[in-house]
Design a protein around this ligand. Structure first.
Ligand SMILES: [Fe+2]
Ligand SMILES: [Fe+2]
Length: 371
């Protein structure tokens, strides 16, 4: 007997969304850059089963060098260093499963938003492009799920990630969907994929992230090129609304309170593996300021300052008004050393968006770019 069911135990209650469906009768290429991106995407399709070597076992020793992604260099503390190698392997493996699970659930959100965009965007080229992205995201969901199951097990979605995905799916404004998904969520993802791909020494994860990051750089380009075309035609009120939508999404994802909740979840996983949380925190409190001080000015900018804000500026969505809010938000979450004490030094610290994002995402990390 098959256990196929129409309503499954693992599904969420349906989410009401306000999306409007738009027909377009002009089939000619109109937004040339999006038409080119669509052709590029069609040419760059890959197949998980054929192009990744799934038979290769995950080398856990190599895997243990994958960064934890905790934002602070917890693995450089004396307590962490004193742990037996086998424990470190377990800790890295389970932390990565947690982190990759949120990538995975984010990919599911991206899959659904991309499919919504096919319906909601008014230009034919933009519909075509969103169709290729929908295919890409399905593949991303497939490969992340498969990798996590090979590594450990899939963990539930973190609340802030769910909140941003819900807001992006729920809005009826397709420009907000583009800004929430293509610019904020995919901007953050691209930055994290780049870091993980560069620093991990586990070959299957590196290969997988190479393929995924290449696709993501196109998704980001779609957002930038399309939003950039639209923003100059918007009225003041609509532009302000878009800026605020991006700000809210970024805030939810990096807010200190949410980061604390995430860290508590990770700490719980670590405790299950026998780590002494009190000893770790004591060691971290004592040593991390010194570790960071030794790095001097070489601070990691992080995904918002290092990538999302440059993207918004490039698209004409970084007015002085909203820049002030970003500055305040980042100051509340990070030190003035990294962020810049005043608005002017903050803005002068915001790098330019790379000319070629695909080359950037696969290029080497500079020393200043990771924690
Ligand atoms: Fe994706
Ligand atoms: Fe994507």
């Amino acid at each position: 007997m098959s256990d196929f069911k129409i309503t499954t135990d693992t599904q969420e209650p349906p989410l009401d969304t306000a999306m409007k469906v738009v027909y377009q009768w002009n089939y000619d290429a109109e937004v040339e850059e999006l038409r080119r991106l669509y052709v590029k995407a069609a040419e760059a399709q890959w197949i998980s089963e054929r192009d990744l070597d799934w038979d290769r076992p995950i080398d856990l020793e190599l895997f243990a060098k994958t960064p934890l992604g905790t934002g602070v260099p917890i693995d450089e503390t004396s307590y962490w260093q004193s742990l037996p190698a086998a424990t470190k392997v377990q800790l890295t493996r389970r932390t990565a499963a947690f982190r990759l699970s949120n990538f995975l659930h984010g990919e599911q959100g991206a899959l659904m938003v991309a499919a919504q965009l096919v319906n909601a965007v008014p230009h034919t080229d933009a519909k075509f492009y969103a169709a290729t992205q929908t295919m890409d995201e399905a593949r991303h969901v497939e490969v992340f799920a498969r990798y996590i199951e090979k590594l450990d097990e899939i963990q539930p979605i973190a609340e802030p990630v769910k909140a941003v995905l819900d807001a992006t799916l729920e809005t009826e404004d397709w420009l907000k969907k583009l800004v929430g998904m293509q610019i904020v969520v995919e901007g953050l993802a691209l930055y994290s994929f780049r870091e993980m791909r560069n620093l991990t020494e586990e070959p299957l994860l590196k290969d997988l992230l190479t393929y995924v990051a290449r696709d993501e750089s196109r998704h980001h380009a779609y957002g930038v090129q399309y939003v950039d075309r639209c923003v100059p035609l918007l009225g003041e009120a609509q532009r302000t609304e878009l800026e605020d939508f991006a700000l809210e999404a970024a805030k939810t994802l990096i807010d200190a309170r949410n980061a604390q909740t995430l860290f508590t979840t990770i700490l719980k996983i670590w405790t299950e593996e026998g780590l002494d949380a009190a000893a770790l925190l004591e060691s971290a409190q004592k040593e991390i300021p010194e570790i960071l001080a030794k790095r001097g000015k070489k601070h990691r900018l992080g995904p918002v300052q290092g990538f999302v804000i440059p993207t918004l500026r490039r698209c004409g969505l970084l007015s002085e008004r909203v820049a002030k809010h970003y500055h305040e938000m980042l100051l509340a979450n990070f030190s003035g050393n990294v962020v810049g004490d005043d608005l002017e030094s903050f803005l002068s610290n915001v790098p330019d968006l790379p000319e070629d994002t695909a080359a950037w995402v696969l290029g080497e990390l500079k020393e200043a770019e990771y924690a």
